[in-house]
Design a protein around this ligand. Sequence first.
Ligand code: BGC
Length: 757
Amino acid sequence: MKSILFGLVGVLLMGCQQNPPSNNTTNESNIDQKVEELLSKMTLEEKIGQMNQYSGFMDFTGPQPDKGRAANKLEHIKNGLVGSMLNVHGVENVRAVQKIAVEESRLGIPLIFGFDVIHGYKTISPIPLAEAASWDLEAMKRSAEIAAEEASAAGINWTFAPMVDISRDARWGRVMEGAGEDPYLGSQIAKARVNGFQGDDLSATHTVAATAKHFAAYGFAEAGREYNTVDIGTSTLYNVVFPPFRASIEADVKTFMSAFNVLNGIPATGDEFLLRDILKDKWDFNGFVVTDWDSAGEMVAHGFVKDGRAAAKQAVIAGSDMDMESYHYIEELKALVEDGEVEEKLIDDSVRRILKVKFELGLFEDPYKYCSEEREKETLYNAKFREGVRDMAKKSIVLLKNKNELLPLKSSGQRIAVIGALANDKTSPLGSWRIGADEETAVTVLEGLEKYDQNTYSYSKGADVVTGETSFTQELNINTTDKSGFAEAVSTAKSAHVVIMVLGEHGLQSGEGRSRTRIDLPGVQQELLEEVYKVNKNIVLVLQNGRPLALPWADEHIPAIVEAWQLGTESGNAIAEVLYGDYNPSGKLPMSFPRHVGQVPIYYNQKSTGRPFLPSPGEVFWSHYTDEKNSPLYPFGYGLSYTTFDLKDLTVENTYADDGTVTVSVSLTNTGKRKGKSTVQLYIRDEYASVTRPVRELKSFEQAELEAGESRKITFQLTDKDLGFYDNNGKFTVEEGSFQVFVGEDSQAQLSGEFQL
Ligand code: BGC
C-alpha cells in the first residue's frame, strides 16, 4: 500500500503558529452565536468554499481528477475556497496547509482534516468485521479510542468511520469494514465506535469527529458487485439499513457520508428523501453530510442528471453539505445561487453545520491544536497501544471447529509444521483500509508461535497467495499456477505432530473495489491444503480473510479451524495465544458463513416463505435448493470455546400490560474444564404481523465469563423498542400477538419460550 505523502507545500513549512489571528479567537460560549457572526461576514464564494473538500496532493483514495483541476488547490485554500482537506496527515503537512487557510485567507477559517482512520492509524486493530466478532462493545470502543488518539496526534481531527452499512453479501469486499449482517448488533457497535472516536469531549486533542457512512444501503449492492445498483423495499430500509445510522445519531455522531449507490432509482447523494426528509428532518441530525468521493459528479454517470451543474444543484437541494472531490460545488454553486436556481438559505444551512463542527472541535480557538510534533513523536506507535489492539485481536478470533480437542496445542515437546505464505507475511494481516499504516508492521503467526519456544517449528510457504507488488489502488495478481513449493510443504508436514496451515485472502483482497464471485480459498491454496492433508491429518487451519468464506471441504476434513481474519499489528501474538490456550477463544460470527457462494445473500434474520418446510420426503415444491442445503455452514452468532456451556431453565415473565416489559431469564453453566466467556444471545420471533417479521431477530446479548463449573443467571428485558418494528410508511409500531423467544450461543438457539402481547 502506498503511504500518503504530502510534498508540494514542504517549502511553506514554518514554526507552529502560537497565536492564531484574532478574528478566530472569540470567547463567546454559545457556538451557534459564533457561527452566525462568522456567517454574516462571509461572501457567497467563501460560504461555498466551506462546502468544498479536496484530497491531498500526492495520493488518492479514489479515481484521480484531471491535472488542471487538482493544480489549483493551494490557490483555492488561500482564497477561502476550501473548507476541508482529506488525505493530508502528519503534523508537518497538516500545519503547513492549515497555515495557508488561517494566515492567508481573508477570514482565516481553519480547515477540518479528514482521513480514513478505519481500524487504526499506525498501530492497527483488527479489521472492523473481525472486531465485530468479539461482540465486546467496550473493547471496540477502546479500539476506536486508540485510533483517535494516534491519528489526532498526526494532525487529523475527523475520521471517515465507522462504516455502519449492514451487508448480507460476502461477495462485497467492503464487508470487512462493517459490523456484519445484523441491525441490532450493528447498532450497538456503531454507538461504541462513535463514542470511542469522539470521546466525552470533542474539543479534547485526543478525540476526532466521526462519520456514519455510507448513507444509505451501500451494503445491498446487487450481486455483491462494488458500486452496483441497490433496489430494496421499505421494510428492509427501515428495519435493517437505517437502525445503525439512527444509533450513530443517538451517540451524537458529528457527520454522515452519503453513499455511491442509487437506492431505488435515486443516487443517495442526490436523494432528498434520505438526506433531508429522513436524516435532517425526521431524525433531527444537526451535524453535516459529506458526499463520498465524487459521488455528486457520479450522478451524471448514473443517468440521473445531465451535467456537473445539475449534479451540484441536485446534491445541495437534497442535503449534501460538503462535496468531496467532485469540484462541482466550487465550480457551479455560485452561479446556481445567482441565477436563482438554488436558494442561498440552503447554502447557509450547510455552512452553519460545517462551522459548528469546527467550533466544537475547538479549531477556532487553536487551529493547530493537533499539530504538536512532540506529541506526534511520543504517540505514534506508542507501546501502550499494542496491548489494546492485542486484546481486541484475541477477542476477535472465532473457533469454528475443534475436533478431538486438537486445540489448544500442547506447550512442549511438539514438532510443529507451519505452512502458508500468510503465516510469514508482515503486511497482509494489517488488512485493507489502513492507509496511514506502514508496511511490514504486523507480527506474523510464525513470530507469535516462536515465542512458545518449548516446541519446535519448521516453516514452509507452500504457495504464494499473490505475486508481485500489492497496492491499495491496483488489482492484485493471485497465484493460480505456481505450485512449486508444494513438495517441500508436504515433506515438512509429514513428520510433524501438528500442522498449522495459515491460509485465506491477502489483506487487500477485500475492501473497496474488491468484490469476488468465488469466496473460497484463493489461488492454489485449497489444493495445497488437500495435498498436505494426504500426509498429515492433524491440521489446524488458521484462516485470514476479510469476508465470510465458503469452505465445506475444510469443514468436513480438517479437525480444527480458527477464524483469525486480518487482526492488525498484533496479529501473530494474538493467534499464538489462542492456539496455545492462553486466551480461550470467545468470538462469535457477525455474518453467516455459507456452504456455497450460490446461497449468498444468506442471513439468519430472513423472512419465512409460504413454503418453508419439506412436506414429505422427495417432494420439490418447497423453498430450497436441489443441490445444497438452505442452512449456512456456520451460522450468525456461532463460535466455539475451549470450554463448553449449558443453558437451561428459560423463564418468561410477561408484565408488558403493567410496565411494558417482558423479562426473560436463563441459567448459564460452564460445563467444561476451564474458564471461558460465553455470549448469550436472545432472539425473538413475532409470529404474525401487518408486515411479516423475520424468523428470528437478535434483540439482546450478554457476555459472561465463568470459571469451570460456575453457573450464573442471565436476565434480559424486552421493551417496545425490541418488540416493535417499522411499517411500510416508516412508522414504528408494536402489534399485539404471539411471540417466540430463543436463547442460546448462536442464531440457531433451541432453548425457547413464548409470550403474548
Ligand atoms: C470511500 C469512502 C472513503 C472515501 C475517502 C471513498 O472511495 O467509499 O468510504 O471515506 O473514499 O477516502
